[in-house]
Structures are given as C-alpha cells and as structure tokens.
Design a protein around this ligand. Structure first.
Ligand SMILES: [Zn+2]
Length: 128
C-alpha cells in the first residue's frame, strides 16, 4: 500500500458540507485506513458542538469494525490543505481497538510516516 493510494481513497470522501439548519458541518477532514486483510475503509469528521462530533479516523475505524476487523496496517487523515497527524484521542483510540495497532504506520506527510508507537509513547497500560 502506498501513501498515494490511501490519500486518493481519503480524497474521494473529503469535502466540507453543512449539516442543515445547525450551523455545523462535516467532511472537512477525511481518513482512509488499510487493514491486515487488505481492505480499505474511509471516514469523515463531523464538526458539531459540545464535543459531540468526532474525527475522520474515528468514523473510518467504525467502518472497519462493521467488517469485524481491528488490525490497521496504515492510516492517513487529510484536509483540503494538508495531511493531518492523528489527535491524541485518535492515537489512543487506534491503540485500544487492537493493541497490535501500536505497529500501525501513520502517514504524516508525503514521504513521512511513523509507527503509532512513536506517536504514543509511555502508554498508560504498557504493562497490560
Ligand atoms: Zn482525532
């Protein structure tokens, strides 16, 4: 899997659109991930108030779970301007979905990726 393929899949679902009548929107960030079984799942963020929304990675993971998969080999999140590293909550979320995801390759920009392990050091349950 390449950066380009995951970027392309995320780009297909990227695009901010208003949530009717609420003043809020969704789709300003999109994510694509590839599983151990070679499937690709995508998701978009939902930007609403009071912490009720969620990140694009979150919805891509929900799509993956519908297929009863948990192991993520690679993941990317993009806005219209940039590749976006996962927020702290998503880093923890990816890890808690499957502890082996600590080996997930996280794309940070074209040509730059790190393992989740590098982005989530000193985990609270590292001895679990
Ligand atoms: Zn996040």
């Amino acid at each position: 899997m390449s950066y380009e393929k995951l970027y392309e899949e995320a780009f297909k679902v990227l695009g901010d659109f208003p949530l009717a009548g609420s003043g809020f929107s969704a789709g300003s960030v999109a994510s694509a991930l590839m599983t151990e079984q070679g499937n690709i799942f995508t998701g978009i963020c939902i930007d609403v108030a009071c912490g009720l929304g969620f990140c694009a990675e979150h919805s891509a993971i929900s799509e993956m779970l519908k297929n009863r998969e948990t192991r993520i080999l690679e993941i990317i999140a993009i806005s219209k301007d940039a590749v976006m590293p996962p927020c702290g909550r998503c880093r923890e979320f990816i890890y808690q979905i499957n502890s082996r995801n600590i080996e997930t390759k996280v794309h940070l920009s074209k040509g730059k990726a790190l393992l989740l392990d590098d982005l989530l050091p000193h985990r609270w349950n590292i001895n679990a």
